[in-house]
Design a protein around this ligand. Structure first.
Ligand code: 4NP
Length: 157
């Protein structure tokens, strides 16, 4: 069975599209399905922010076909693991959880690197291009760990 992984931020145009593109590049699409969504509805239907597209492109990833969508409670039915970028996203997603099983699926993505330290991927939207570089680096490191754990879960299928 496939594992379905959802990346969540606020707008679904800066951080989570990068996380989606990076994890996809590190996993086998036959085994792992990766998607992203935003807790807000500001950018539904929009492509990723040009600065996210640019930093992805500089790492040979094409995220231009992604479109923004809003997270909803139904996502708990479709996804096994839900990675949020910051503690605001965490609170918003947990508020939509219907039971303990839903809640257990939700994790701060940087917990993979700094377990239990509540470290946020900073929202780069109002900032400069440098912010996107840092975000890329953090997400790449976290997704490397996520991908290797997923490989252990799907050994020789
Ligand atoms: P993201 O960044 O959550 O990483 O996609 C944001 C993008 C847009 C807005 C906020 C954050 N906004 O308020 O429009």
């Amino acid at each position: 069975m496939k594992t379905n992984v959802l990346m969540v931020c606020l707008g679904n145009i800066c951080r989570s599209p990068l996380a989606e593109g990076i994890l996809k590049s590190k996993t086998d699409p036959k085994k792992i399905y990766v998607d992203s969504a935003g807790t807000g509805d500001y950018h539904v239907g929009d492509p990723p922010d040009p600065r996210s597209i640019a930093i992805a492109k500089s790492h040979k990833l094409d995220i231009t076909s992604q479109r923004g969508r809003q997270f909803s409670a139904q996502d708990f039915d479709h996804f096994d693991q839900i990675y949020v970028m910051d503690t605001f996203n965490y609170a918003d997603v947990i508020a939509l959880a219907r039971n303990e099983d839903d809640k257990k699926k939700v994790k701060l993505i940087l917990d993979e690197i700094f377990p239990g330290e509540n470290v946020d991927v900073p929202d780069p939207y109002q900032g400069v291009a440098e912010g996107f570089k840092n975000v890329y680096k953090m997400l790449d490191e976290a997704c490397e760990i996520i991908a290797s754990k997923l490989k252990e879960k799907h050994p020789h299928e």
